[in-house]
Write a protein that binds this ligand. Sequence first.
Ligand code: IMP
Length: 437
Amino acid sequence: MANIVIIGMQWGDEGKGKIVDLLTEYADIVVRFQGGNNAGHTVVVGKEKIILHLIPSGALYPEKKCVIANGVVIDPMVLLEEINELQKRGYFTQEEQLMVSEDAHLIMPYHKSIDLARERLKGAGKIGTTGRGIGPAYEDKMAREGIRVGDVLEEEVFREKLKSVLALKNVFLESCLQDKGFDFEKVFQEYWGYGQRLKKYVGNSSVFVNAQIKQGRQILFEGAQGTHLDVDHGTYPFVTSSNTTAGGACTGAGVGPTKITEVIGVSKAYTTRVGSGPFPTELKDATGEKIRELGREYGATTGRPRRCGWLDIPLVKDAIRLNGLGGIALTKIDVLSEFSTLKICTAYQYRGQLLEEVPSSVRALEECIPVYEEVPGWKAPLQKCRRFEDLPRETRDYVRRIEELTGTEVMLVSVGESRDETILRRNPFRRDVPPTR
Ligand code: IMP
């Protein structure tokens, strides 16, 4: 039996949605454990393209259970809309398919206002958040002022909590952020209504997931965002407010580390970032523009153009160390097919020193100059390749060079956006099947 964590190795948008959707075939349950609707996971099934923000990508398999665990921050309006949208398309018809943790924190209207007002006041120094209220919701969780899913199911408990929290938030919004406050009764009625519509899905997800593990079911833990947006290990302060690294799966789902069999990292064959923050291999020229257009690099959540650049090996190696990764799923390699030569950043130059690790200070990272190795491109379409040996020699060399530089196996290569446009060299859920090299 295997319980696998899937993590983004860069700054999010690595194509985790596709990899989770693909590997869900071998899992029984898919668990989201952190983040909120700042995430946007794009899944393509046949001609249909579905963007999921909160519901795990496993939703598209009717027989699989999806869990939104305690570590996620939930905007209930977005969750209800997403359920609705999936049902309209014929998915998610059984209510047992979804479980929402009673301990997950809710994103409240004041969280969104605080997020937006703070970004506005920061001006040029803004983080470039998604504006979904993620940071303020996690702040309240840590400040012990959060409202959890279970709270909105008990009228008196919810009334009391909201009353005391909203009084403080209104002072903060009106006096410090020069914004509008919220009417208690309006917020109460709105969220009470959401609670009533969601209550059929609510339960103790840690008890459920652990019981399923005991019964031998296979679990896939679906990470959101990426390693370098982790609040502890990312390019702080240009990060999100949760632990996006593998440890977050344990705290965010209430599952002990001994129950995790393997962690798989997803990395694009190049690098992208949305929002502010250092990005050493960023290309602010025609090449960066070409990657953006070929890779359709626009945010799934906000539609913002993503910043694009060459593959950054120090960033990838950091992700391997921070997550204890057993394998890399390399995505969007087909996007590089138009280039006659490619560059791989193998290290950084920083004030005359050669750095092979990402420095922890963003000031230092901003000064880092990438050291590039130039490799030949393949100038051939890859979408039809299904086995590793079907790939042009230069593509195989590119993948092998990544394995050499990182000391980690590339166990999957994605050559297009559909499920079948994938070369699966080793399946982490099928430990009985030997890998193909
Ligand atoms: P927040 O998570 O909305 O607070 O935004 C903090 C930073 O994380 C910003 O730079 C966002 O652009 C980035 N971010 C948050 N979620 C995602 C994601 O799913 N993909 C890529 N970047 C993200």
